[in-house]
Design a protein around this ligand. Structure first.
Ligand SMILES: Nc1ncnc2c1ncn2[C@@H]1O[C@H](COP(=O)(O)OP(=O)(O)OP(=O)(O)O)[C@@H](O)[C@H]1O
Length: 340
């Protein structure tokens, strides 16, 4: 089921939370809404769900205007971070709940079979008789997904479903969710403020800031071609260097970086830690090491360049470097944005 949002606006009292958002989610696509806290992600999701009404604009499910379709008839399944399971029902009863209250009549046997199938799908076979307090947080969210899938939703809406879980469980669950999505092909909208999660999981990432879409594209698009300094900084650790462009080349102290299409004048050069190089001699920006941090994938150098700015660089684990060393920072790759 394709979902189309056209110029959707939402205002709470006098505060405009969503400013004319237009978005198309293709049938079978998994789209992540990614943005900082308060950027309007949940409000957009709730409008798609029918839990909140848009003040202006329209939302279509396929060719049908969904504006006046009540929540129960939209055919959406939800999983929310705090959408708790019913504590007095077993895992199996929780999964069966939606089917029992659905307009689609199913026999007891049919419901029991489907509960088993769903528990197998979310890899919780054999746990149907436990209560929610007798399983882990990650398992509870898998039950919540099984419950959402039980009524054959046309659209799946997930709001920070793994937000309360620790990093390793989150990673496992999102890989698993991706597999389930690939198997079932349900159009899915996933809200998160976690960049890694969005990039890891989604076909397409929609980045929001202050109620507006600032960029959308595949994970590769948004990572390789961030359209603004905001997107670049939001997606991961970023060094910011003040520089100047002349004739399509940005310069900062002894380092240069190509800036095709950027007019002459002051700019900010943004570069990931892995995109800065370190050498004890040669070209580059003179710098002094403040600290070296060892990480599983290599070493991170915290240094101060001669202009006084602090930078962070990722270098191979075997590089000999220590606090107080002097050296030169080169910019291997950088994105150049005019200073507005
Ligand atoms: N019912 C409401 N009444 C008043 N303001 C609201 C209401 N719901 C949301 N807001 C405001 O709208 C803005 C967007 O909120 P929303 O929950 O959509 O953001 P979000 O991007 O999902 O943030 P988070 O990641 O923190 O959940 C926020 O400033 C929030 O305070």
């Amino acid at each position: 089921m394709k979902i189309t949002l056209d110029q959707v606006v939402k205002t709470f009292d006098t505060f405009r939370a969503v400013h004319g958002v237009s978005l198309e989610i293709e049938s079978g696509e998994l789209v992540a809404l990614l943005g900082p806290s308060g950027s309007g992600k949940t409000t957009i999701l709730r409008m798609v769900a029918g839990l909140e009404y848009a003040d202006a604009g329209s939302i279509h499910f396929g060719d049908e205007d969904a504006t006046n379709i009540p929540v129960r008839e939209r055919g959406v399944g939800f999983v929310f971070q705090h959408y708790a399971l019913f504590p007095h029902m077993t895992v199996g009863e929780n999964v069966a709940f939606g089917m029992k209250v659905s307009k689609v009549r199913r026999s007891k046997d049919e419901i029991a079979r489907r509960v088993e199938d769903l528990l197998r799908l979310v890899r919780l076979e054999g746990l149907g008789n436990r209560f929610p307090t007798q399983i882990s947080g990650g398992q509870r969210q898998r039950v919540a997904l099984a419950r959402a899938l039980a009524v054959d939703p046309k659209v799946l809406l997930l709001d920070e479903p793994f937000g309360a879980l620790d990093a390793n469980v989150r990673r496992d669950l999102r890989r698993w969710l991706r597999e389930i999505h690939d198997e079932l092909g349900i159009t899915t909208l996933f809200v998160t403020h976690d960049q890694e999660e969005a990039l890891d999981l989604a076909d397409r990432v929609v980045i929001l800031n202050e109620g507006r879409i600032v960029q959308q594209g595949t994970p590769e698009d948004v990572c390789r071609r961030p359209g603004s300094a905001f997107v670049m900084k939001f997606l991961g650790d970023t060094n910011r260097l003040a520089g100047t462009v002349t004739g399509g080349i940005a310069r900062v102290s002894g380092a240069t970086v190509p800036a095709p299409g950027v007019g002459d004048g002051p700019v900010e050069i943004l570069a990931r830690p892995v995109d800065l190089g370190w050498a004890t001699a040669g070209d580059g920006i003179p710098a002094q090491v403040a600290r070296v941090i060892d990480q599983p994938q290599g070493r991170r150098i915290l240094a101060r360049i001669e202009t006084g700015e602090a930078v962070e660089l990722d270098v191979p684990a075997d590089m000999q470097v220590a606090a107080s060393d002097h050296g030169y920072v080169s910019i291997l790759r950088g994105n150049v944005f005019p200073v507005s």
